[in-house]
Design a protein around this ligand. Structure first.
Ligand code: CUA
Length: 255
C-alpha cells in the first residue's frame, strides 16, 4: 500500500495537533489548576454534618440527609458568602433543594453530591428534601439563614463582648445554651456561670462538688445525677471527646 505525500502530511499534522491539545490540557491542569470536568467529588460519604469555615466569606457545609432530617440544622452564614454544599446520606435516596437558588441535588447512598452557591442578600432560605423518602419526608426541612455581616459577627461573640471561645460556639451550636445560661440567669437547667467548685444537692439526697469529672459525666450522661429543683429533661447529644473537653475548658473560664 502506498501513502500519498499529501496523506502523510495530513496524518502528521493531525497527530501533532492532538499532541498539542494534550500538552495544553496538562499545562492548564498543572500550571493554572484548572480542574478537569467530573461529576464526582473526591470526598468520601460522611456520617456527620458539619460547617467548615474556610474564610469569613467562604463556608463549606456537609449536610447529612437522613430519615427524616438534615444535619446540621439552621446554619447561619454572613451575606456575601460563597457556600460549598456537600450532601450524603446513610440511609435511602433523598433530595436537597435550597429554595430560591439553583441548588438542587439528588442525595444517593454512597455518593457525595456537590453544589456551590453565592448568597448575597440577607434572608432565610428553606432547605427541603424533594424526593419521597418515607413517612417523615414532609418533615425534612431546615433553614439556611443569611444575615448581614455585622449581625453574623455578633452571633459568634460571647456575652460580655469577648470574641467567641470555641467552647462557647460549641455550646451554642449544640443548643446547650437554650437551657443553661452563661451569665448566671435562671434557666431550664442550672447556669454554667461559676458552676465549678459549687456544691449542689442532688435529687437522690447526695451532695456533689462540681469538678471537671462531674461536668464530663453530666454532659455525656445527663440523667446520671440531677440537681435538686431541676427535672431530668436534658437529652443526650452526640459529642466527640474533644468537643466535651472544649466545652469544659470554656465552662472553667466562667467564674
Ligand atoms: Cu428525605 Cu424526602
Amino acid at each position: 500500500m502506498t501513502i500519498l505525500q499529501l496523506e502523510k502530511r495530513i496524518l502528521w499534522v493531525s497527530v501533532a495537533f492532538v499532541m498539542v491539545l494534550f500538552a495544553l490540557a496538562a499545562l492548564a491542569v498543572n500550571l493554572f489548576h484548572v480542574g478537569l470536568p467530573t461529576c464526582l467529588t473526591d470526598i468520601k460519604p460522611f456520617q456527620k454534618g458539619e460547617v467548615i469555615t474556610h474564610s469569613p466569606t467562604h463556608y463549606e457545609i456537609h449536610y447529612v440527609a437522613k430519615m427524616w432530617k438534615f444535619e446540621p440544622e439552621n446554619v447561619t452564614v454572613p451575606a456575601g458568602s460563597t457556600v460549598d454544599i456537600y450532601v450524603s446520606t446513610p440511609d435511602v435516596t433523598h433530595g436537597l433543594a435550597l429554595l430560591g437558588t439553583n441548588v438542587n441535588l439528588m442525595v444517593v447512598p454512597g455518593v457525595v453530591n456537590y453544589s456551590r452557591v453565592k448568597l448575597d442578600t440577607p434572608r432565610t432560605y428553606q432547605l427541603l428534601c424533594h424526593e419521597f423518602c418515607g413517612t417523615g419526608h414532609d418533615r425534612m426541612a431546615t433553614n439556611l439563614r443569611v444575615v448581614d455581616r455585622a449581625a453574623f459577627t455578633s452571633t459568634v461573640v460571647a456575652p460580655g463582648g469577648q470574641p467567641a471561645d470555641p467552647g462557647y460556639r460549641l455550646l451554642d451550636a449544640k443548643e446547650c445554651l437554650s437551657c443553661h445560661s452563661v451569665d448566671g440567669s435562671e434557666g431550664i437547667g442550672p447556669t454554667l456561670k461559676g458552676i465549678l467548685g459549687r456544691t449542689e444537692k442532688m435529687t437522690d439526697g447526695s451532695t456533689v462538688t462540681v469538678e471537671p469529672a462531674y461536668l464530663r459525666e453530666s454532659i455525656v450522661n445527663p440523667s446520671a445525677k440531677i440537681v435538686q429543683g431541676y427535672d431530668d429533661l436534658m437529652t443526650k447529644t452526640e459529642l466527640t471527646d474533644e468537643e466535651v473537653e472544649e466545652m469544659i475548658e470554656y465552662i472553667e473560664t466562667l467564674k
